[in-house]
Design a protein around this ligand. Sequence first.
Ligand SMILES: [Zn+2]
Length: 408
Amino acid sequence: MIFRAKYVVQSAKKFLENGALRVENGRIADVGRASSIRGSGEVVDFGECAIVPGLVNAHTHLELSAMRGLAPRGGSFTDWLRKVVELKRRMAREDFLTSTDAGLRESIQAGTTTLANVSSDETGLKTLAESGIRCVALLEVIAFEKFRAADAMDTLGDRFEAAKRFEGLGIGVAPHAPYTVSPELMSACAQFARKHDLPISVHSAETSEEAAFLYGHDGGIAAFLRDMGISLDDWEPPLATPIKYLASLGVLSGKTLLVHCNYLTRDEVEIVKKSGGHVVYCPRSSEFFGHVDHPLHRLLNAGVNVALGTDSLASSGTLSVLDEIKFLARKHRKTFPARFWDMATINGTRALGVSRRTGTLEKKKSADMAVISLEGCSGRTPLEMAVEDGARVVATIAQGRVLHNVLA
Ligand SMILES: [Zn+2]
């Protein structure tokens, strides 16, 4: 099968005008100028479009997709969390499944071909495994009281065994956050991830209340935990910032995804860099909560690998990674958009350990692509055009299969 378009963007640094790709057995067999790509089989010409590497959503919670617009904007983070917990308690197993399914469909229509999803139980794992895109199920762990750590690890072990039965499904561990997972459990999750060579994803340094809690302040987070009936009797505040605290528990490594990182000290940026860990920035979710000064440029300048995530529809308007890129391009007008495209593609695959297989459009890599219509766009390069308002995803191809195509 041959796919052609006005532009083939192989990576943020390299594009071809009038380009084409030949796909065989789910992989890119050849890529170049349309005139030089030959072969038998069907030819799909997308015309006035850019074929770009499939987008990578490195952090989302698809099971919360039914919560679009339901959680309050502009209030405190813990008020939002209370609302999400309340809405989640009202959801039946069937609702989680419907929600995951709808979120997955929306993600595919938005050009996502690699997705890391935080899964709070086994509901939805089959849907993820059979989606046609590359999914990593991050098995969520939450238990703040010390005595619950052993049970939580037993459950994680069982869930890991159950998840392994789904062929093609990537697996990782997601201890929720420093204020919902006890230090003993956080450390045990890190050991588990190391033992099984899995990615580990933690919500980190998301709010300033989080650091305050770790320094022993009896503020919003402590009140939230008490409201949830959680005892703080065993809690000994580490008197450290979130990243230093996680590092002390052995969480940081080249397989660690630190999600959000809205508030980082200079030291913490260095610690992340030295550990080889990755940061997953969710720009519109950060904006939803009013975190305006994300240390994105400090991280990039330090050489930290920063990937993008949409977070859930409880704090973001869509599950589109292209919408995140457009948001960043509007917010940072002086930054060359190619940086954001790297974050949305190759950086995400690096964070998830699959960059040798996907993330750029090169020979032998998986044929994972998003097709973006550039009609009416006027930028100088295809990636500049693709961040304009009118640019939209019209097709998604994953492992050589056309999963979505509005032009067909
Ligand atoms: Zn999240």
